[in-house]
Design a protein around this ligand. Structure first.
Ligand code: URA
Length: 176
């Protein structure tokens, strides 16, 4: 399966176990994009299955989403060594895969979890405290940056903010 997938767009593939492509409902109107697989995700070949993933699942449930009904992926598909943040160059080189994903999935809404996904997709100079909770539009897609669940694990004050942002996503989903 994904352990056999090859990619030579950047160096990350040579340092990880497998490609964590993404998972979820391909008919979902919402595509969630994180930073990159961590150790647990690399071991299991699935996105957001470690502690940050557990928190994401809880917050999704809290606002009325079910994890299996949305689609979840990352801006880079291979685990960066030591779970470091992917470099702008690595994100740029991996972007063709994400572009293919949204060409196939055709989401109406994209939720960018954390600064890496936000800078990689919207603008490299974005600052989380200025853009989270603000809607952007690229073509037909509405885009909402939110705090990364791993950042929420480190700062529990952000949980409420993150849940409120996810509630916005649910509302837009239900209204359209
Ligand atoms: N953090 C991410 O950004 N992605 C994952 O898949 C897991 C943790």
């Amino acid at each position: 399966m994904n352990k056999n997938l090859a990619c030579n767009h950047c160096e990350l593939r040579s340092g990880c176990r497998g490609v964590v492509f993404g998972e979820g409902n391909p008919d979902s109107p919402v595509l969630f994009v994180g930073e990159g697989p961590g150790q647990t995700e690399d071991d299991m070949g699935r996105p957001f299955v470690g502690r940050a993933g557990e928190l994401l699942n809880q917050m999704l449930t809290e606002v009325g989403f079910r994890r299996e009904n949305v689609y979840i992926t990352n801006i880079v598909k291979c685990r960066p060594p030591g779970n470091r943040t992917p470099s702008p160059d690595e994100m740029e080189r991996c972007l063709p895969w994400l572009r293919k994903q949204y060409a196939i999935l055709k989401p109406r809404i994209m939720v960018l979890m954390g600064l890496a996904a936000t800078c990689g997709i919207l603008d490299k100079d974005m600052k989380m405290n200025r853009c989270r909770g603000r809607w952007f539009r690229r073509g037909d897609i509405q885009i909402l940056p939110i705090y990364h669940p791993a950042a929420v694990l480190r700062n529990s004050d952000w949980r409420e903010i993150c849940v409120a942002d996810l509630r916005l996503v649910k509302q837009v989903c239900d209204d359209s």
